[in-house]
Design a protein around this ligand. Structure first.
Ligand SMILES: Cc1cc2nc3c(=O)[nH]c(=O)nc-3n(C[C@H](O)[C@H](O)[C@H](O)COP(=O)(O)OP(=O)(O)OC[C@H]3O[C@@H](n4cnc5c(N)ncnc54)[C@H](O)[C@@H]3O)c2cc1C
Length: 459
């Protein structure tokens, strides 16, 4: 029997399944292949969702602690049943991946469990079987970068291992202070580990607004996380009872832990599909270049998500998935925006979209900034929130919003207003004159705009 797909989707992550489902809704006959038994890719199985389930637990632990310390409502020290917590996290993942299976069935998307590689530009091999296709979408995502020269030791974890929640070590060192490393620091410090973060750059969350990052840095330290920036790990030794890292830079010395998390970025899985057999261009970082319509250099071959490079985020993959499905089905579509929001789901959350102040300066973009401190937000204080900030970057001539950074509880939820404002070309007046409900932390966005316009009465 010959195997043929009208549209073949390789990889069932948030890019792949969004593409497959959209294409099926447009009337295409879709086959989707992934070696995992469950759909959802890294995001659902070992990324966005399990990390947020554990971060929710961490937040409740912190809140109970703060209630006892500051609000006169005493809770006993939490007893953490790691098996039950792991089962709860796995249950959340299971209900979402199970839901996807149902959605695939409803749309008659054929799913195959297997690994695909290109034989030529019209054929892939899936575990020894040839499949031909009219069009194909590469959505194979990314994997954690492994630092070269590190020993092979089960106490050295990547993000996947860290989310398995094998144990809570007394001392945990996290190498890499990007979003994933900081989220893991938030989880494991709340669960009781002494956490140290080592970061090569001059700030944690490199690329985010410096002023906001200072607030996050202070909050993490308040939660007993030790942070060493401008520090490089130069050697690693796996001893009998601990892993020891030799560090050089702003911190010079040794750090030891019962476990170490490597969190130094992710690398595209592009080379794993042997794209060269189909003449598909791939760069030396394994990234498959695409245009705004997600087309590769080969006709009928599309690529979406992490395999197409930074920012490696689920919502970018999903939007690209829709674009690829629509373009492949003869519709006009493109993801022609640099506005991909970023959120670190730390405590407090750090969220940003568009230009930061530093980026605007570096790019020579004429700009001004206006901020509103969350210490003056009634809702933030009444909800037990700590230090926070809403900072807008805008054009002084047109008053159009160019970027926004927010730090504070649920900052990630508030970011949507700023993203929409920038996409719609909204001005400071549009934002300031939109009535924000009181008391909400969303008011801080309106207040920052009022501050820029000189109409603020709340400071
Ligand atoms: C700990 C962690 C937390 C994260 N948190 C967030 C977050 O909060 N928000 C956010 O936006 N992003 C987050 N991310 C990033 C997000 O998970 C990725 O950006 C997203 O999953 C990328 O989607 P994708 O569809 O490109 O690929 P993936 O989700 O990586 O899926 C690719 C799929 O392709 C399959 N595959 C690989 N090779 C082959 C092959 N040869 N044949 C067939 N199939 C193959 C893989 O098995 C995988 O299932 C997080 C990542 C991690 C690791």
């Amino acid at each position: 029997m010959s195997n043929h797909a009208d549209l073949m989707v390789i990889g069932a992550g948030p890019g792949g399944y969004a593409c497959a489902f959209r294409a099926a809704d447009l009337g295409r006959k879709v086959v989707m292949v992934d070696p995992r038994a469950t759909l959802g890719g890294v995001c659902l199985n070992e990324g966005c969702i399990p990390s947020k389930a554990l971060l929710h637990a961490a937040e409740v632990i912190r809140e109970a602690h703060e209630m006892t310390d500051d609000w006169g409502i005493a809770f006993a020290k939490p007893k953490i049943d790691l098996d039950k917590l792991r089962a709860k996290k796995d249950g959340v993942v299971g209900s979402l991946t199970g839901g996807l299976t149902g959605l695939a069935k409803r749309r008659k998307v054929q799913t195959i469990t297997g690994t695909a590689t290109f034989k030529d530009d019209k054929t892939i091999d899936i575990d020894g079987a040839d499949w031909t296709f009219d069009q194909v979408v590469i959505a194979v995502g990314s994997a954690p970068v492994q630092l070269p020269g590190w020993p092979d030791d089960e106490r050295i974890w990547d993000s996947t291992a860290a989310l398995e929640l094998r144990e809570v070590p007394k001392d945990l060192v996290i190498v890499g202070g990007g979003i994933i490393g900081l989220e893991m620091a938030t989880v494991y410090s709340a669960l009781g580990a002494n956490v140290t973060v080592v970061e090569l750059a001059d700030q944690i969350a490199p690329g985010a607004d410096h002023e906001a990052v200072k607030i996050l840095h202070a909050a993490l330290e308040q939660h007993d996380v030790t942070i060493h920036t401008e520090t490089k790990v130069s050697a690693v030794k796996a001893g009998k009872t601990k892993i020891t890292l030799t560090c050089e830079g702003a911190f010079t010395g040794e750090l030891s832990g019962g476990a170490v998390i490597q969190s130094v970025g992710r690398r595209s899985n592009g080379p794993k599909v042997t794209p060269e057999n189909a003449g598909i261009e791939i760069d030396d970082r394994g990234i498959i270049p695409v245009d705004t319509a997600c087309r590769t250099n080969v006709a009928g071959v599309f690529a979406i998500g992490d395999v197409t490079g930074n920012p490696m985020l689920a919502h970018r993959a999903t939007h690209q998935g829709h674009v690829a499905a629509e373009v492949a089905s003869g519709h006009a579509a493109a993801l022609d925006t640099t506005l991909i929001p970023s959120v670190a789901y730390t405590n407090p959350e750090l969220a940003w979209v568009g230009l930061t102040q530093a980026q605007a300066k570096a790019d020579g973009v004429k700009h001004k900034t206006a901020s509103f401190p969350w210490a003056a937000s009634g809702r933030n204080l009444a909800s037990g929130g700590g230090d926070g900030l809403t900072k807008l970057v805008y054009c002084p001539d047109t008053h159009r919003l160019l970027g926004a950074t927010l730090i504070g509880a649920s900052a990630g939820e508030l970011l949507a207003e700023c993203t929409l404002a920038i996409e719609m070309g909204a001005t400071l007046e549009d934002i300031a004159l939109s009535v924000h409900a009181h008391p909400t932390v969303s008011e801080t966005v309106g207040f920052a705009a009022e501050r820029a316009l000189g109409t603020l009465t709340d400071l």
